[in-house]
Ligand binder design. Sequence first.
Ligand SMILES: [Zn+2]
Length: 349
Amino acid sequence: MRSLSTHEGVYLYSIGKSVEGKNIYSIEVDMTKGKTKNTILLTGQVHARETAGPTFILKELIDLVKAYEKGEKRAKDVLGNTRFVAVPCVNPDAHDGIGFDTKNWTYSDGTLWKANANGADINRNYAGLSWMMRAKGIEKTKYSSNSNKQIYYAGDSAGSEPETRAMMKFYQYWIGIRKAKMLIDYHQQGRISYTGKSYATESMNKRCEEMRKALYKVQKNGLLGKSYSYPEKEDEDTYKSYGRNGAGSTNTDYAWAVALGAKFSTKYGFSVYTDTKGKEYTILEVPNRDKTSYLLNPILIPTFRGFSWEIGYGKDYLGYSKDTLKLIAKEYDNYNFGEMLYAYYDLIK
Ligand SMILES: [Zn+2]
């Protein structure tokens, strides 16, 4: 990140501190400061062991900046009209923890740690529309646990973790104020992708599905000629009730909440919809955003798109071993990730 930030038009700054006091860095690529342009957000390593995100995001950005400096037309088009703002590593304690203190960053079943240094899954902790345990009034589901020794522990309260709070401010600024059109979140779990939200509007979800098709087409131009896949069919019920079933409160959930115009409620402690008179509605009271009869606050960014990559397959792709790094490098070329920033741009230009 430091090396990339020495290039003209690239800015590196801290947006907050982790549990252990490390900086959470944001890197911004904006070649024509002051010119009106679209913003695309990129985030990675919310989950400790999912180390491919920072690598992919930084390689994509470095190659794009170098192509721009060489005067390549495509890169000039992209960076002439788009600003990329990335938080490549949302969970910086994990970088050293998984890398150099692996024993302490391993669950009792031998799998690598997913949470932050407090044992909270940052990706269950966001104070978005669907803050899980509170919204549902339950302590435990398939996607939640009530102990920081287990995965899916959502934290003591919505936004209890410093990494989550730093990211919430980041989204309030970049989506709430600067109206970013797209968020891409990089994870690692089985070569699939997630997009859209059950609680977004039909037209927003349709736009997201079109995005998935376009990005899979780009992947097919990689070395393998194949793309990632959809989540399994059995997940459909989960999808339909998503956000109401205790599975929500992820990084992308929060970004969507901001894009949908949800507001933070001091009564509930997480985001809610409000009507024009300021009356508050939790997600449980808004089963269908399209067919709701009461007047909700308007959608802030009707063209917003959120997308998550799940890079690689299985535990061999997790962590920092030499073999893992080789697998990750191959994955990048096999599935054509070198073209992705161009593809994101094509979708919103
Ligand atoms: Zn993940």
